[in-house]
Design a protein around this ligand. Sequence first.
Ligand code: NAP
Length: 258
Amino acid sequence: MKIGLFIKYEVVDKSFEESIKKKIMSFGYSIDNSNPDYVFSFGGDGTFLKAVQKYLSQLDHVKFVCVNKGKLGFFCDFKEEELDEILSNLDGDKYSLSSYRLLTARINNEDIFAVNEVRIENPFHTLTSEVLVNDSELETFRGNGLVVCSAIGSSAYNKSLGGALLDSALEVMQIKEIAPISNCLYTSLINPLVVPSTSKITFKGNFKEVVLGYDHLTKKELSTSEITISLSDKKVKIVSKKDRDYIKKINSSFLSRR
Ligand code: NAP
């Protein structure tokens, strides 16, 4: 079994990587960052998102184990102290494997993929965009931006915008407006809209000044006037605890003091 390491170096000291490698090898596994079976990410959700982008072309066989190193860690079911237990049980049925479909969009002749959300934003000038769902016109949006999040991404940027939290068991997308203009001249939906997994969400407009964000990544100077977002067949597989409970995770992440 080959294990790759993806570490947020800002939260560990120099000896950390060597001690983790030693531990992994003591369980009979090899370290392979190029073609791993498992990727252990050490950090938080941000670290995990970066790890997913690094192994995008290998998602069909790579499984992620997200170990929290003092971050929020919504995706991270494991603490460093549990590493021996994880390594002893990697092959067994002690843990569950959860698969989540990534969001996808085609931008500048490139397919981009995101775990949390795909968004378009212009905080300085009014962004105007037609919004269509399955080619049916929803609205002409005016405001700072539009976000399309997945269920597992609903607790990230979408939450800060007042979007609904979507249980990770749901295979849906949510459209959330950012600072919509709504007055006697222009109307905006304002409420978040949740659509089924089969939906195709299209934004149409002049996106020259718009920044497209997807997870921690951005693209500028978009040479397109149409962006279509949907759920991809690409899935990310995360090793999780069998007793993982979405409501408990919401409570411990957002409502309890650490
Ligand atoms: P980042 O610093 O890596 O992440 C910002 C915060 O969002 C961190 O606390 C991170 O948790 C948390 N986070 C990420 N995904 C999450 C999820 N699915 N559920 C709950 N919390 C989550 O920021 P970045 O590199 O710029 O962007 C990565 C992601 O962060 C984006 O996809 C976006 O959703 C989110 N973000 C949110 C805001 C906001 O809420 N205003 C602003 C910027 C970015 P950890 O501490 O565990 O890393």
